[in-house]
Write a protein that binds this ligand. Structure first.
Ligand SMILES: Cc1cc2nc3c(=O)[nH]c(=O)nc-3n(C[C@H](O)[C@H](O)[C@H](O)COP(=O)(O)O)c2cc1C
Length: 182
């Protein structure tokens, strides 16, 4: 008997659309790994009910070496981001969720950050991973970073392709776990 296609949901925060672009590339990679997958902004996920997926992914921009806060999102709006994108962020959303909401504790995390400071170890992904673990999630792989040229972007050349490859890889890693669990 064939199993239904594995499924993934990519939730992202994005003030200038770079993290959104990465999220869409990751979805393409997940499709190539055989997943049913789609992406949704954190500003609209709050209003959706529980969903049952095999893998949850969360992406967010790095603000002040961490996840955004209301004050840093207000800064982003002053730099030209649309105010409706600043209403809430990944940090606030993580506080409201647990594995029961998604039918899985399996999660993968990515962030975007400015190319010039990418060697700094502390960024949005590390913080998100720590907060998600505290909520009972289990990280499939270490967080990964994608680089932007500056505050508003664009993505550094080649990063979108790398995101697609990462999506495919993380999908394959999830399938491995599902096979071992079966
Ligand atoms: C208020 C603010 C603070 C930021 N702080 C950092 C930072 O500490 N390190 C970094 O690499 N990038 C920093 N950035 C750049 C963001 O990472 C960049 O805007 C983001 O990756 C773009 O993604 P988005 O278009 O999805 O919002 C900051 C941007 C803003 C607006």
């Amino acid at each position: 008997m064939s199993r239904a296609a594995p499924s993934a949901l990519v939730v992202y925060e994005s003030l200038f659309d770079n993290t959104a672009q990465v999220a869409r590339a990751i979805v393409r990679g997940l499709h190539r790994a055989g997943f049913e997958a789609h992406s949704v902004p954190v500003t609209s996920i709050a209003s959706t009910g529980p969903v049952d997926v095999d893998l949850l992914l969360l992406g967010a921009p790095t603000h002040a070496f961490s996840l955004s806060r209301p004050s840093s999102r207000a800064d982003a709006v002053r730099h030209g981001a649309a105010p409706e994108r600043a209403g809430t962020g990944a940090r606030e959303w993580i506080r409201t969720i647990g594995p029961e909401r998604f039918g899985t504790s399996r999660v993968a995390v990515f962030d975007t950050r400015a190319a010039r400071v990418h060697r700094l170890p502390i960024a949005a992904g590390v913080t998100a991973a720590r907060l998600l673990r505290r909520r009972g999630f289990h990280l499939l792989r270490n967080p990964v970073a994608f680089l932007v040229e500056g505050t508003r972007g664009p993505l550094v050349e080649g990063e979108e392709d790398r995101a697609e490859r990462w999506g495919r890889m993380i999908g394959a890693a999830c399938l491995d776990e599902l096979d071992h669990a079966a």
